[in-house]
Design a protein around this ligand. Structure first.
Ligand code: PEP
Ligand code: MG
Length: 582
């Protein structure tokens, strides 16, 4: 049989090679038809509804257990909200009423849900308006059971599956590891989208931003995912498979080779030692961070605790969560970034302003959200302050764009301390406070900011997005997202030099820090700490150990004189060639 060997170019989101079979994670699509039923069939129709609801209940309960096991209680609360809706006697009795008039169960359910949705839409309160999504989710599940149609879930995977989906929800991704997925490909997303971070933390090769792929593949079709180059090959020829198998073998042996670096320090040939940390999103990831030799958590994206749930995390939940990370990471430092909601990280917490903005990346995001809702912010700060007693925790504010924001945030931090004192709770009085440099205005005034804080961390994912006006999750402009643009290089130099002049350490926790292509440049610029997805640590360490800081500095001086990215690229290649770094 002739193979088509169709090569598609997407965005490399998580490195590695996967050779497997297509598994399409479909979206639900039902055609509900109104049918009149005889009065003799009404009882049977009511039973169908009852059975479908019972089946849905079992599914939701299983889902809840699974979420609890894999991601902890916070995520399991998604299923709680769904169960509450399913068990609402009013909805059930409304559907039954319509069936009793001689209408089929599917149409009866559809009618009730439509009417309820319209009522939700009319509500003034955004919190209730948002509940509509939960109602629709549950209705979809019941509908699926009425139709007897099962949406394949990631638990239905067969061995060697490569998941193809429009996008992946947190609930989808939690089952990934268990299901032994080989790779995944999504239509939506960019290199620094949060779907990409999940893939990296699970070490699953992934390509994102491949619009229309769902319509190009068939269930079970052979597929290769090249997460290094961002390629997907459909129906690969024998020769392509053989080539990729060889590549895969090399990848495995490289991984083994890299394991040797795990316990070695990240020190350059001329003795410059840097800290290599891991970026995490939940306490479970600490294990992987340590396994890959992380000497810090350079970024804990705390907003994941707020996502996929309907209520704010409590002070106690914050405290438990952060102290478990701090204890496991001892004697290393843990930087907890205060909540960065907004942008592509939307949580449905019943807050008016999140998720309804024309430009969410430039809207009420991160510290702006916290300063608008100081009471919510304080709850998190109190949890962090208390957890800091159990380890080496530092606080970091995201998306700072002016000095006054640091001062305002620190004021709320002092109020949090005061409240803890009054409540007689133990906490760390002199906790270190730093900020992320990820907005161009902050990058330009780093000299001023550095005087206000204990440390800085460069968030290149946003810094590049905002400096170059390139939406980080829009695949149509992904080619314009360039860490090696002369403007970015100059900005990085300004940040690092200004911080050092003020005697402040500077790290980087954006994706650039974990990309081996940029390691030498960052070393040469004088970066003190690199924080990245755990699996990248050995690769970056190997490079740091193979060059001298002074050579890297010379390279940076040459790069800063280049006027185009092409020139920068050639200069870097020459350097690597001379240093035998290929
Ligand atoms: C960044 O912007 O570089 C960063 C690390 O933060 P996030 O990706 O969570 O926005
Ligand atoms: Mg950011």
């Amino acid at each position: 049989m002739k193979q088509n060997n169709i090569i598609l170019n997407g965005i490399a989101a998580s490195s590695g090679i996967a050779i497997g079979k297509v598994f399409i994670l479909e979206e639900d699509d039902f055609l509900v038809v109104k049918k009149e039923i005889k009065s003799s069939q009404i009882k049977q129709e009511l039973n169908r509804l009852k059975d479908a609801m019972a089946k849905t209940k079992t599914e939701l309960e299983e889902n809840q257990k699974e979420l609890n096991k894999v991601l902890g209680e916070n995520y399991a609360k998604i299923a709680d909200a769904h169960l509450l809706i399913l068990n609402d006697p009013l909805i059930k009795s409304e559907v039954e009423k319509i069936i009793n008039t001689g209408i089929n169960a599917e149409y009866a359910l559809h009618t009730v849900v439509e009417n309820l949705s319209k009522t939700f839409d009319l509500m003034d309160n955004d919190y209730f308006r948002e509940r509509k999504h939960d109602l629709l989710d549950v209705a979809k599940k019941v509908m699926r059971n009425l139709f007897g149609k099962q949406r394949k879930t990631l638990m239905d995977l067969e061995e060697n599956s490569v998941v193809i989906a429009k996008t992946l929800t947190p609930a989808d991704t939690v089952t990934m590891k268990e299901a032994m997925i080989k790779g995944f490909v999504t239509e939506i997303g960019g290199k620094t989208s949060h779907t990409a971070f999940v893939a990296q933390s699970l070490e699953i090769p992934a390509v994102v931003g491949l619009k229309g792929i769902i319509h190009q593949v068939k269930q079970g079709m052979p597929i290769i995912v090249d997460g290094n180059l961002g390629l997907v090959i459909l129906d690969p020829s024998k020769e392509t498979i053989e080539n990729y198998k060889r590549e895969y073998e090399i990848q495995i042996s490289n991984k083994k080779e890299l394991e040797k670096f795990k316990d070695l320090p990240a020190v350059s040939l001329d003795g410059r030692e840097v800290v290599l940390g891991a970026n995490i999103e939940n306490p479970e990831e600490v294990r992987s961070a340590l396994r890959h030799g992380a000497n810090a958590i350079g970024l804990y994206r705390s907003e994941f605790m707020y996502m996929s749930r309907k209520t704010m995390p409590t002070e106690e939940e914050h405290y438990q969560n952060y102290s478990s990370v701090a204890k496991k990471m001892m004697p290393y430092e843990v930087i907890i970034r205060t909540v960065d909601l907004g942008g592509d990280k939307i949580a449905r917490l019943g807050l008016m302003d999140i998720g309804r903005e024309a430009n969410p990346f430039m809207g009420l995001r991160a510290i702006r959200f916290c300063l608008k809702y100081p009471e919510i912010f304080k709850i998190q700060l109190k949890g962090i302050l208390r957890a800091a007693v159990h380890g080496k925790i530092k606080i970091m504010y995201p998306m700072i764009s002016r000095i006054s924001e640091i001062k305002e945030a620190n004021k709320i931090l002092e109020q949090a301390k005061e409240e803890l004192r009054r409540e007689g709770k133990k906490f760390k009085e002199d906790i270190e406070v730093g900020v992320m440099i990820e907005v161009p205005s902050a990058a330009i005034i780093t000299d001023l900011i550095a005087k206000e804080v204990d440390f800085l961390s460069i968030g290149t994912n946003d810094l590049i997005q905002y400096t170059m006006a390139v939406d980080r999750v829009n695949s149509d402009v992904a080619h314009l997202y360039s860490p090696m643009h002369p403007a970015i290089l100059r900005l990085l130099k300004n940040i690092i030099d200004s911080a050092h002049l003020a005697g402040t350490d500077v790290g980087m926790c954006g994706e650039m820090a974990g990309d081996p292509a940029y390691t030498i440049v960052l070393l040469g610029l004088g970066l003190d700490e690199f924080s990245m997805s755990a699996a990248q640590i050995p690769k970056v360490k190997k490079i740091i150990r193979s060059v001298s800081k002074s050579d890297a500095k010379d390279l940076v001086e040459q790069l800063l004189r280049c006027s185009s990215m092409q020139e920068i690229d050639i200069t870097m290649k020459k350097f690597k060639y001379k240093q035998n770094l290929f």
